[in-house]
Write a protein that binds this ligand. Structure first.
Ligand SMILES: *Cc1c(COP(=O)(O)O)cnc(C)c1O
Length: 375
């Protein structure tokens, strides 16, 4: 059986977890959390990174820091994971969904401006498959309308747009280290902060509304409750697992890219014959091989292909059900304009096995089966 995903494991994780345990400091903000934060800051060139318990929580933190209020509107694609919307719905805000581009599956930047009302507070671009949204246009719109940009870069670590790391364009960027992502700690994430002015408040909200981070740095001699907050710190044992992978980030990225490129090369003839669609990576975007997908003619063909691959012990899976068609999406959000591509393209998309340590000859075998299906 060829699994769709296998969580990344480099071999050093257990050693680092043991070190965390033996240091007798296994709560949040221990040595490994610090190392992960510093690694991400250096790699992405962001001002500040704070490890969190998930990308969902990083987005919640960003919503709190952006002072999102009940009735505020937040523009985002409907083709995304529920967390993108949840973080804002929890604040009483209304997700306003705009259609996606069929080439990248990212929100169509040309539709954003038409969705802006006087209630709009933020734009949340989602970098699907680690391929960047059109950030120049999005940042320009945000600037002209005074909107906050919160990037859902859950899939985007190690990716860039015109040489700049994803997650570092908006006021806030959110990474995920869930076991399905390129680098993992089981459950976990990170908040990237662009502006100096937001750092202290972020530290406070992440630490239950206390100024404990300042206390640990010796800047004050006792800590106290100074604001609302929650608990968004991961255990240092989880951070230890992640650090082992961040140390090998280039190697993991290269291995994934080799598989991605092999899929692309093997399947190009089927695309040229007009049978399937392949991912599009626009100029200026460097991606991280988070995902390899193909597009079938329609939903019916996709269902048959999934069954065919499964019969051949290959696990291939579809992805998001557009949020505006889900019960909670209908209750909490609204779709602005027409759903021309979101539903149609989501029904065609099929994700193929992709993980660190997937072998290129296994990729060849999967591609052979897909070719067989289309013969
Ligand atoms: C995985 C993912 C999330 C959620 O990440 P968690 O760390 O599981 O909270 C959010 N948005 C997108 C686009 C994702 O792919």
């Amino acid at each position: 059986m060829i699994n769709f995903n296998v969580p990344p494991y480099t071999g050093k994780e257990m050693d680092y977890i043991r070190q965390a345990v033996e240091s007798q400091k296994i709560c949040g903000d221990g040595q490994f959390t610090r190392k992960c934060n510093e690694w991400i800051e250096e790699k992405t060139k962001t001002r500040k990174c704070l490890l969190t318990t998930s990308c969902t929580h990083a987005t919640e933190l960003a919503a709190l820091l952006s002072d999102i209020q009940p009735g505020d509107e937040v523009i985002m694609p409907a083709y995304t994971f529920v967390s993108t919307a949840d973080a804002f719905v929890l604040r009483g805000a209304v997700p306003v969904f705009v259609d996606i581009r069929p080439d990248t599956m990212n929100l169509d930047e040309t539709l954003i401006e038409g969705a802006i009302t006087e209630k709009t507070k933020a734009i949340v671009p989602v970098h699907y498959a680690g391929v960047a949204c059109e950030m120049d246009t999005i940042m320009d719109i945000a600037k002209r309308h005074g909107l906050v940009v919160i990037e859902d870069a859950a899939q985007g670590i190690m990716s860039s747009y015109k040489g700049k790391a994803l997650g570092t364009f908006g006021e806030f960027g959110c990474f995920s280290f869930h076991e399905t992502k390129n680098y993992s700690m089981g459950e976990g994430g990170a908040l990237l902060i662009r502006e100096e002015k937001d750092i202290e408040e972020a530290e406070i909200i992440r630490e239950k509304g206390t100024n404990r981070s300042k206390y640990f740095r010796g800047q004050i001699d006792k800590y106290t409750w100074v604001n609302y907050g929650s608990s968004y710190l991961p255990s240092d044992m989880n951070a230890a697992y992640l650090y082992a992978q961040l140390e090998m980030a280039e190697e993991i990225n290269d291995a994934r890219m080799a598989c991605w490129n092999r899929y692309y090369k093997n399947l190009t003839p089927l695309m040229e014959a007009g049978k399937i669609g392949l991912p599009v990576v626009p100029d200026g975007c460097v991606h991280n091989a988070h995902m390899f997908y193909i597009k079938t003619a329609d939903l019916e063909e996709r269902t048959r292909l999934i069954a065919f691959l499964k019969k051949n012990d290959i696990m291939a899976v579809f992805h998001y059900i557009p949020l505006h068609t889900a019960p909670a999406g209908q209750r909490f959000g609204r779709f602005h304009g027409q759903d021309i591509h979101t539903t149609k393209e989501s029904e065609r998309l099929l994700r193929l096995p992709m993980y660190y340590r997937l072998k290129v000859d296994v990729v060849d075998g999967i591609c052979d089966k897909i070719k067989e299906f289309y013969q």
